[in-house]
Design a protein around this ligand. Structure first.
Ligand SMILES: Nc1ncnc2c1ncn2[C@@H]1O[C@H](COP(=O)(O)OP(=O)(O)O)[C@@H](O)[C@H]1O
Ligand SMILES: [Mg+2]
Length: 253
């Protein structure tokens, strides 16, 4: 379980806050989607969880342990991270990219190769075909899958995904979302997924945390947020999807 308790982050000596008194809990096996527009503090929140950014105040615990009292390297082994923009190494092959976290951890070369093989198969990139290709030789959707495979390399309990499907076309994104749901059913990870796309949030989330200007406006199951928006911001944000779903279903919300 990940618990974020009253966490704030200021990058300018407390003149302003990128993340402002955020509290949320992510339960075992849950997919929590952080939804909000650009600049609202999603990436900063995610980065604080694996100590890429230190909070200005507040406490984050992972499995009951305060992350500031843990070795960051150790902590990151239990937390896979798919970066915004993916960030594959262009001069390394697909398989080598997936092996990076294992190499950093000092795993034997044979184990690295075997694990990359398993993971590329898992994300539907047959290693015989794709393992030796370079990132610029594969499609955008395939690169996203490599990013997911890399995040899973150390078999982390938690997966943090920062707009992982942001840079692909709508059809590819639908397919990747579907694949993620299927993958999740098989590997049972706890996921925090960041997006600015309301429909993506509705498709993937067990619960959605709506962020606005560094704060959380509302947290709830998709249906709950659609039917019972608690602030004007959330009502406005979900107005259009709520109307569209009503059209599709022919009933409430
Ligand atoms: N390293 C940094 N230094 C200064 N300001 C930052 C830094 N990282 C993020 N910010 C600012 O914090 C705010 C939130 O950014 P971010 O968490 O990246 O938002 P999001 O991921 O929701 O688009 C923005 O105003 C951004 O400019
Ligand atoms: Mg971001």
């Amino acid at each position: 379980m990940i618990v974020i308790d009253q966490v704030s982050k200021s990058f300018d000596g407390k003149a302003s806050y990128a993340v402002d008194q955020v509290s949320l809990t992510v339960a075992e096996g849950e997919t929590l989607v952080l939804l909000g527009s650009s600049g609202c503090g999603k990436t900063t929140t995610l980065k604080m969880i694996n100590r890429l950014v230190d909070p200005t105040s507040g406490v984050i615990t992972v499995d009951g342990r305060d992350i500031m009292r843990q070795d960051p390297i150790e902590l990151r082994r239990s937390i896979g991270y798919v970066f915004q923009g993916i960030g594959l190494m262009p001069h390394l092959t697909v398989a080598q990219n997936v092996e990076i976290p294992l190499r950093l951890r000092g795993a034997p070369a044979k184990e690295q190769r075997a694990r990359a093989h398993t993971l590329l198969t898992l994300v539907d990139l047959p290693p015989e075909t794709y393992g030796n290709q370079y990132p610029d030789q594969i499609s955008g959707g395939q690169r996203q899958r490599v990013g997911v495979a890399r995040a899973l390399a150390t078999d982390p309990k938690y997966l943090l995904m920062d707009e992982p499907f942001g840079a692909v076309d709508a059809l590819t994104r639908d397919r990747l979302q579907q694949e993620l749901l299927e993958l999740k059913a098989r590997i049972k990870k706890t996921i925090i997924f960041v997006t600015h796309d309301i429909f993506e949030a509705l498709a993937l989330a067990d619960r959605i945390a709506v962020m606005h200007r560094g704060r959380i406006e509302q947290i709830g199951a998709p249906d709950d947020i659609l039917r019972r928006p608690q602030t004007d911001f959330v009502r406005h944000l979900f107005g259009k999807p709520a109307r569209q779903l009503k059209l599709f279903k022919g009933n409430a919300p």
